[in-house]
Design a binder for this molecule. Structure first.
Ligand SMILES: Nc1ncnc2c1ncn2[C@@H]1O[C@H](COP(=O)(O)OP(=O)(O)OP(=O)(O)O)[C@@H](O)[C@H]1O
Ligand SMILES: [Mg+2]
Length: 491
C-alpha cells in the first residue's frame, strides 16, 4: 500500500494521534498535504518558528509558537494537524496530558494530530493513543519521478545532451536507491552538470555520487574488495559453508523457497584473517560490500543515533543483495550496559539492531567480527541472530604453508623456490598477519642488501618475531575454551 493510502486509512479509522516517522521533513509534509487534499480536510501546520497556521489561509494563529498554546488552539475536529519537532516536547507533563485529552476528542472524528519527526520518545500515558507509521526511503517510482523532474528543471536553465535508453534509465534509477529524494536530486544534477550530458556513463557515475553521499555520514564505508576466498589460507570448513551458499541470493534459491541467509559471526584471534574473510565473501559472491562502524552510530545529538541506524539498515536493504560487514562488533555495542544517560540510546539501538538482524527479510548478509568476547553481549550469540558462529583459530602447519604460498605470490615471489615446509614448521603459533609481516621484513632485507629472497632470510625474520600467541598465551587459551561450546571451527 502506498504511504498516502496508509496514512489516509489510519485517519479514516479514527486514530487520533499519529507518529509519522521520517528523515525527510519536506517529503513527509508533501505527503500530508496530499492526504489532506484527497480527504478534503483542512490542514494546520505547526513548528516552533512559524506557530500554528492553516495551509490555505496562511496567517498563523496569534501567539501559538509555544507548543502548549498551539495545542490549546487545536479544536477543529475534522482537521489534520501536522506538528513538527514534537520529539522535543512530548515528554513534558502538561503537553502529554493535553495530548491525552485531545486523543479522546479526536478518536470520535476523522481529524488527527500527526507528529512528523525522526524519533519520538513516547511517554507511557500516550503509548496506547499514538500509532506509528514510517516513511521509508523513496521507491523506484518516486525516484524515477525525481529524475524526470530534475532533468526538466535543469533543462530550463541549461542546455545538455540526453542519450539514455529505457534500460539505462531504469538502471540509473535503481542505482539511486537508498538516497532521500533531495539527495537523489543532487546526485542527478551533479552527473549532468559535470559534463553537460546525461548518458550511459552516468549510470555508473551515479553510483559514485551515491557512495560519496553515504560515506559523508561516516558510519558506513563502501568497499570495492579485490580479495577472493582463494587469497585465504586454510579455513576449509568456513569456505565449504560459504561455497554452498554462493547462490543463496539468486532467483533459483528463491524458487526453491530458500530464505536468504542472515549472516555469520566470526570470533577469533587477532590477525588470523577475519577481516580478510569479510572482504573475500563480497568479491566471491559478486556483491557490494558496506562496512559499518557501529561506534559511529551513537551520535551525541538526541535522535540522530536512531536516524543513523534507520538509514544504515534501510540503505543496506535498498542496495540488497549486499554484504554488510561489521568489524569488531563488540566495540560498537559494548557499552550498552553502562548506567549513563547515553546507555538508554545505545541499549535501544542495540535492541533495534538485534531485531533487525533476526527479522530482516531483504538479502543483507551480515558478516560481523569480534576479538574480545568479554565485551560481547550474550544476546548476540543467541539462536536466530546469525546462521553460524565461526571460531577462527591460529593456523595449523598445513594452513601456514598455504598462507606462505599466498603471501609470497601476492608479492610476485615464486613459492617453489623456497622450502615452505620448513617455514611452516618454524612459525608454530604465528598468525597469518605475522607470517605476512615476516615476509615483508625479509623482502626489505633483500632490498637493502641487494640479495635474493631465500628460505634462510625469512627464517631469520621469523626468529626475530615474538608472536602474539606467546605474549597472550592465557587469553588465547581462554578464548579457545569459551569457543569450544559456542562456535564452529572455521577450519
Ligand atoms: N588465513 C590467512 N590467509 C592469508 N592471509 C592471511 C590469513 N590470515 C591473515 N592473513 C593476512 O594478514 C592480514 C591481516 O588479517 P586480518 O586483518 O584479516 O585479520 P583479523 O583476524 O581481522 O585481525 P584483527 O582481529 O586484528 O582485525 C590479512 O590482510 C592477510 O594479508
Ligand atoms: Mg580485523
Amino acid at each position: 500500500m502506498e504511504i498516502i493510502e496508509e496514512l489516509s486509512l489510519l485517519i479514516e479509522s479514527k486514530y487520533p494521534l499519529i507518529f509519522f516517522q521520517n528523515y525527510e521533513e519536506k517529503r513527509a509534509e508533501e505527503i500530508i498535504i496530499e492526504v489532506a487534499r484527497i480527504r478534503n480536510s483542512p490542514l494546520f501546520i505547526w513548528s516552533a518558528t512559524t506557530g500554528l497556521f492553516q495551509t490555505d489561509i496562511g496567517n498563523p494563529i496569534y501567539n501559538t509558537n509555544a507548543p502548549l498554546s498551539a495545542l490549546a488552539n487545536i479544536y477543529k475536529l475534522e482537521a489534520l494537524y501536522l506538528l513538527k519537532d514534537f520529539h522535543h516536547y512530548i515528554k513534558e507533563p502538561l503537553i502529554a496530558r493535553k495530548l491525552v485529552d485531545l486523543s479522546y476528542i479526536f478518536s470520535q472524528t476523522k481529524g488527527a494530530v500527526i507528529f512528523s519527526s525522526p524519533t519520538l520518545d513516547i511517554p507511557p500515558e500516550l503509548e496506547e493513543q499514538i500509532v506509528k507509521i514510517e516513511l521509508k526511503l523513496p521507491l523506484e517510482e518516486e525516484l524515477l519521478k525525481i529524475v524526470t523532474k530534475t532533468v526538466r528543471t535543469l533543462r530550463k536553465e541549461k542546455d545538455f545532451l540526453i542519450n539514455l535508453d529505457e534500460e539505462n534509465l531504469s538502471e540509473l534509477v535503481r542505482n539511486l536507491k537508498g538516497l532521500t529524494l533531495m539527495e537523489a536530486e543532487r546526485a542527478v544534477s551533479r552527473v549532468i552538470l559535470e559534463d553537460r550530458k546525461l548518458n550511459k556513463e552516468d549510470v555508473r557515475n551515479i553510483l559514485n555520487a551515491k557512495r560519496e553521499i553515504i560515506e559523508r555520514e561516516g558510519i558506513i564505508e563502501y568497499f570495492n574488495p579485490e580479495d577472493t576466498l582463494g587469497t585465504i589460507g586454510g579455513m576449509d570448513n568456513l569456505k565449504r559453508w560459504l561455497a554452498k551458499r554462493k547462490g543463496a541470493f539468486t532467483k533459483d534459491a528463491k524458487a526453491l523457497g530458500l530464505r536468504p541467509p542472515k549472516g555469520i559471526l566470526l570470533i577469533g584471534i587477532q590477525g588470523c584473517g577475519k577481516s580478510l574473510i569479510a572482504k573475500s565473501i563480497a568479491k566471491e559472491w559478486g556483491l557490494p560490500l558496506l562496512k559499518l562502524d557501529p561506534g559511529k552510530i551513537y551520535d551525541k545529538y538526541l535522535g540522530e543515533s536512531e536516524k543513523s541506524f534507520y538509514r544504515v539498515t534501510h540503505l543496506a536493504e535498498s542496495l540488497s543483495p549486499v554484504i554488510m560487514w561489521i568489524d569488531e562488533i563488540e566495540k560498537g555495542f559494548s557499552y550498552s550496559s553502562s548506567g549513563s544517560e547515553d546507555s538508554g540510546v545505545s541499549q535501544r539501538i542495540f535492541g533495534a539492531f538485534l531485531s533487525w538482524l533476526q527479522e530482516k527479510e531483504k538479502p543483507v548478509f551480515v558478516v560481523a567480527t569480534a576479538n574480545d568476547i568479554s565485551a560481547l553481549p550474550s544476546e548476540l550469540l543467541r539462536k536466530g541472530r546469525f546462521d553460524e558462529i565461526f571460531f577462527v583459530d591460529l593456523p595449523t602447519e598445513v594452513e601456514r604453508e598455504e598462507i606462505f604460498k599466498i603471501q609470497l605470490k601476492k608479492r610476485e615471489q615464486i613459492p617453489d623456490d623456497l622450502n615452505l615446509k620448513r617455514l611452516a614448521q618454524a612459525t608454530d603459533g604465528f598468525s597469518g598477519a605475522e607470517i605476512e609481516q615476516a615476509i615483508i621484513s625479509a623482502l626489505y632485507s633483500v632490498l637493502s642488501t641487494s640479495g635474493k629472497l631465500t628460505t634462510e632470510v625469512i627464517e631469520q625474520e621469523i626468529r626475530e618475531t615474538k608472536p602474539l600467541s606467546v605474549t597472550m598465551k592465557e587469553r588465547i587459551q581462554q578464548l579457545r575454551e569459551w569457543a569450544k561450546e559456542r562456535t564452529v571451527p572455521a577450519r
